[in-house]
Design a protein around this ligand. Structure first.
Ligand SMILES: [Zn+2]
Ligand SMILES: [Zn+2]
Length: 390
């Protein structure tokens, strides 16, 4: 069966599903309507369906005609707390909530992949575990599903996932082995000095000046401590201190994020951030408290799984349209699954400058070219068939 042609034949249904979900976006762990549609559609296809996993997660099991390994295919379902500013006839009907990352498309793709693979069921050696995940957007949906046992009974031998991506044009696919998306850290630093009169600084210990030096000194981490062939980001996102022009406050608080691909680079960056905060604070006679919390580890793709996906992608878009080097400096909680199970998370180009579909993910005007939907379904189904070909 030619999955590309078969997926194209499902294009109208893919678009209708995606637009329906787009009109009715739901935030993380609240994907009740979405999960209901997923469960019903998987059930209609005859899959064994489990619901309520990590609240709104849904799992569908498709048994092949012969025995073999278990392949997990993961699709995320949640929207974002953003007021949509598009003027399409499928614009969000829920104030302040929008599918601004493309997860509406992912759900539609997942349901289409189930339909495609069902038609090949007898030829598949093994089983496909469709995992529809809640709360990808920083709310810990993947971790919650792992805790709820989604990686057991049956345990997947390989895991695949995808993301529509406006960082690449329609027709291009990105499959990068090794670290493909960054680890994300949130950090918070409180500098405590001694408050005082704005005209008597020698009697105070000024945390505002210390904060300014911390911000400046942190710029040296990426510039001077990270190998130029590697990469990292240290961002200060907020600074809060003081209430009045003539008072030296007692405290200043900074928050920010750290992004890295390579675990070794991450260790180095975290150590340097800690040393700089401590050293600057000591030099300026304030105390420092630094709290760094890992949101998502870096997403590391298995090279054999990438080869499998690359072959499937080449069959759909041609080898010249498969990029194997690009990475995305963003965090994805698929990384939690890939810490447990080898696999590949890949990107389907979905931007179309000619149609104005150029806004980045999480932007109130984000939208993607829906012609990416059948391409994505065909590639995912093709990779699954290759893996389960016995
Ligand atoms: Zn997102
Ligand atoms: Zn996303």
């Amino acid at each position: 069966m030619d999955f590309k042609a078969a997926a194209e034949a499902l294009a109208a249904e893919l678009i209708a599903t995606r637009r329906d979900l787009h009109r009715h976006p739901e935030l993380g762990f609240q994907e009740v309507r979405t999960a209901g549609i997923v469960a019903r559609r998987l059930g209609e296809l005859g899959l064994e369906v489990r619901t309520g996993i990590a609240q709104t997660g849904v799992v569908g099991l498709l048994q092949g005609g012969r025995d073999g390994p278990t392949l997990m295919l993961r699709f995320d379902m949640d929207a974002l707390p953003i007021q949509e500013r598009n003027q399409t006839d499928y614009v969000s009907q829920t104030a302040g909530v929008m599918h601004a990352c493309g997860h509406d498309g992912h759900v539609a793709i997942g349901l289409a992949v189930a339909r495609l693979l069902l038609q090949e069921r007898q030829r598949l050696a093994g089983r496909v575990k469709f995992v529809f995940q809640p709360a990808e957007e920083g709310l810990g949906g993947a971790e919650a599903m792992v805790r709820a046992g989604v990686l057991a009974d049956p345990r997947p031998d390989l895991a695949l996932g995808l993301h529509l991506w406006n960082g690449a044009p329609l027709g291009r696919v990105v499959v990068t082995a090794g670290p493909a998306m960054s680890a994300g850290e949130i950090w918070r630093c409180t500098l405590r000095g001694r408050g005082g009169h704005g005209a008597q600084p020698h009697e105070a210990a000024d945390p505002v000046v210390a904060a300014a030096y911390v911000v400046t000194a942190l710029q040296s981490v990426v510039a001077r401590n990270v190998n130029p062939e590697d990469t990292a980001v240290v961002t200060v996102g907020t600074i809060h201190a003081g209430d009045a022009f003539n008072i030296i406050p007692a405290e200043a608080t900074l928050t920010g994020t750290i992004r890295t691909y390579d675990p070794a680079v991450r260790e180095r960056v975290l150590a340097r951030v800690g040393a700089i905060v401590e050293g600057v604070a000591a030099a300026l006679e304030v105390s420092a408290e630094l709290d760094i919390k890992l949101l998502t580890p870096s997403l590391i793709n298995d090279s054999a799984a990438c080869a499998l996906v690359r072959a499937a992608a080449e069959a759909v878009v041609g080898a010249e349209n498969v990029d194997t080097q690009r990475r995305w400096m963003a965090s994805e909680d698929m990384a939690f699954f890939l810490q447990e199970v080898p696999g590949c998370f890949f990107f389907i180009g979905s931007a179309n400058a000619g149609r104005g579909l150029i806004y980045p993910h999480h932007n109130p005007q984000f939208d993607f070219d829906e012609a990416a939907l059948p391409l994505a379904a065909a590639i995912m189904a093709g990779a699954a068939r290759r893996y389960l070909s016995g």
